[in-house]
Design a protein around this ligand. Sequence first.
Ligand code: HEM
Length: 397
Amino acid sequence: MALYEVTAEPRDPRFYQDPYSVYAQIHANGGVAHWKAYDLTCFAGFNDVDAILKDKRFGRAIEGVKPYAENPDLADFAACEVHSLLCLEGTAHKALRSRINREFIHKYIISLRPNIESLANAAIDKIKRAGGGDLITEYAMPIPAAVIADLIGISRDDVPRLLDWSHAMVKVYTDTQSIDETRAANAAARSFAALIQDEINVRRKRPRQDLLTRLLQNQIDQSPLTDQEIISTAILLLNAGHEATVHATGNAIWAIANSGYDAIEITAPATIENTVEELLRYDPPLHLFKRYCLDDIKWGNLLLQRGQEIGLLLGAAAHDPAENPNPSKFDPYRSKPKHLAFGAGAHFCIGAPLARLEMQISLPMIYRHLPSFKLSQKTSYADSFHFRGLKQLVCQL
Ligand code: HEM
């Protein structure tokens, strides 16, 4: 049976301003589609996406395929990616992940609360002094970027450079970037790697109390990490650690503004956790991830071939009406909103506890400290379907 055909163009504003109506069509037509622009079989149903993410017959890496290696314009980018957790599977992935995971244990993440609060307070003071500002650049962005830079051990003065490099690099994940964007991403990867290498060299002489030093000290243990592995890990944490959180926070503020709910009430201590989960369900920041089929696989009526890539529509899974009735309604009182914003299975987001904490702290603070801010209605989502986030969110006090 032929699959439902999605003809939407990922870079067409009519699509990326509202991908959810396309998702609704996929759900209405069986939950699986062939997306012409990507030439990809894509899964939208919650149960399919969840099960595939947890199924070891699917992976982010497959033997014989080196990520981005075929593109000479991406040589430096590829060198960073090859040791990234997101490009590893099996025992290599497990070994590196278990080291990084130690840094994200609940007890440690909770201890970051005062730091996050003080960053939020500083951002709020700045907005107050200016009588308003763009909440994406002035509020959503500085908090996660500084938190992750502190954690890794990079100076906050370097954060603006890191953000520029990160923005350039993540364009490659959209698969729709121009040749100039490709080259800019490669140059950013080269500069980023050089900065981390310098930081590693400094710590070799003088260890500090930070993640870079701890990753380096692993080299004295039985199984050393190479500098390139440490560089890839630091870059992944910096990119993953802020980019999605910024968009999630921006999308959250926009959703709350348009919801008709009392922002103070739905971000009160008793409700904030559920509100954040519903926000991550309603308008998540990451929408499409791919997997290789590591075997010939029969999935329902479909025969998937070894080596074939498939698409997993995380944003669509959260809008599956079978799991979340009336999915296009933002309802902070929805009981147990079901979403896959942080993925599932072996690659489940390491930073999920940190991202949740940042949102649970920063959202209530903005409504309490800037109670009468008014958002301009003039905003739109940026041209980047995989990373769903607003261009700006201008407010006046
Ligand atoms: C709202 C914010 C965030 C969202 C929505 C998000 C989402 C995701 C998703 C969907 C994946 C899985 C990708 C896949 O299965 O292919 C992932 C992986 C990852 N995330 Fe996040 N993330 C967020 C914040 C963070 C933060 C704050 C950090 C670190 C400080 C982080 C670090 C990572 C890492 C290292 C991985 C790779 C894990 C692995 O491959 O084993 N993320 N994230």
